[in-house]
Design a protein around this ligand. Structure first.
Ligand code: FES
Ligand SMILES: [Fe+2]
Length: 367
């Protein structure tokens, strides 16, 4: 299987990242943020997808929209930090102002002092550039091409597999994990997608669930899945967190499942919590990771249950620190002229192999 893997260049070269930007991050649905990042009307949330600046906006009717985060005058990054606006979005440079639906509202002195417009200038053509955007659970997905199949169709194999879980009960935990690592974003995705390394890299995790308790599964053609049969909820003072209803009927009382949604979104469902994990490229050898946790029902969110909620977050933090050491060394390995793409365990790294194939295929598609 070795010769079909991605070359070192795919992890080290900025021209490859540029191709990924154009052919992957601009053509597939990508999770750009969370609806709960902008909970109230007038909230604006700047974010990036593979270095492309985007802003999410919640209007007075609670509709969330996505725009390219650039002023149509001379291209300033319009919104720098998350905030709540009273009126519209005002560019700090020359004070052009946009409504929350992106319409350009005012262009002071653009036609000369005290003249806000001029011959041949049409404000209606200079609104913020919209980006197609849809929501699933708390996740806001964007499709920069505007031509991807509907989001529900894209996510359908995962939605179907997890249809027994009542995701309406999910409540977001305020504490999240954000970190930067010196590795290509794909190495983080690949690492999440296989459990072959668990025995050696995660001794703490391994006491809970051994390598042979893990299994892989198919999630349509482009996403990949794996899971563990031996998940145990944390216990503090003899108490555990509330779990999803119906686990026994689904035979999922001790099952955790992880799905990598192509290209860079990783999701995990456990009896008592749900994980959203996004990795976004900053450069070929640098990425930013964000993990957000959701627990099951209001009871899970009480202050008495905080220590219980922090248990899985601490474990992910520890596990991720262990992983980062590995993926940064994978990055270093790819600087060697002798790296030939490596090879995969046909059984335990099938998910990584498929992910690499999907990347290679998407990048080589003609424009
Ligand atoms: S660049 Fe925004 S108003 Fe000039
Ligand atoms: Fe790991």
């Amino acid at each position: 299987m070795g010769q079909e893997s991605l070359s070192a260049k795919a992890y080290t070269c900025s021209s490859y990242l540029e191709q990924e930007r154009q052919r992957i991050f601009s053509r597939y649905w990508v999770c750009a943020g969370l609806a709960s990042d902008l909970p109230d009307a007038g909230d604006v949330y700047p974010t990036e997808v593979a270095g492309m600046p985007i802003v999410l906006v919640r209007d007075r009717q609670q509709t969330i929209r996505a725009f390219h985060n650039i002023c149509r005058h001379r291209g300033l990054q319009l919104v720098k930090g998350a905030c709540t606006v009273k009126g519209g979005l005002r560019c700090p440079y020359h004070s052009w102002t946009y409504k929350l639906d992106g319409t350009l509202k005012s262009t002071p002195h653009f036609g000369g002092y005290y003249k806000d417009t001029c011959e041949g200038f049409n404000r209606t053509e200079k609104g913020l550039m919209p980006i197609r955007c849809e929501q699933w659970l708390d996740m806001i997905f964007v499709d920069l091409s505007g031509e991807a199949p509907p989001l529900a169709a894209y996510l359908q194999p995962m939605i179907e597999r997890w249809s027994g879980y009542d995701f309406g009960l999910l409540r977001r935990e305020a504490r999240e994990v954000r970190l930067e690592c010196n590795a290509n974003w794909k190495l983080a995705v690949e690492n999440f997608s296989e459990s072959y390394h668990l025995t050696w890299v995660h001794p703490a995790l391994n006491t809970l669930s051994r390598m042979e308790d893990h299994f892989g599964f198919d999630v349509g053609d482009i996403h990949v899945g794996q899971g563990s049969l031996k998940y145990n909820s944390g216990v503090v003072n003899g108490k555990s967190l509330p779990v999803f209803p119906g686990l026994a009927d689904m035979k999922k009382q001790t099952v955790a499942e992880y799905i990598t949604i192509f290209p860079n979104l990783m999701l995990g469902v456990h009896p008592d919590y749900f994980l959203v994990f996004i990795v976004d490229p900053l450069s070929p050898d640098r990425s930013v990771e964000r993990m957000v946790f959701y627990f099951v029902g209001d009871e899970a969110m009480t202050s008495e249950n905080q220590a219980l909620r922090h248990l899985p977050i601490d474990l992910w933090k520890l596990t991720n620190d262990e992983d980062i050491d590995m993926i940064e060394r994978m990055q270093t390995g790819r600087r060697s002229p002798s790296f030939d793409g490596g090879c995969f365990s046909p059984e335990l790294e099938r998910t990584v192999y498929r992910f690499q194939q999907n990347i290679g295929r998407a990048v080589s598609v003609e424009q």
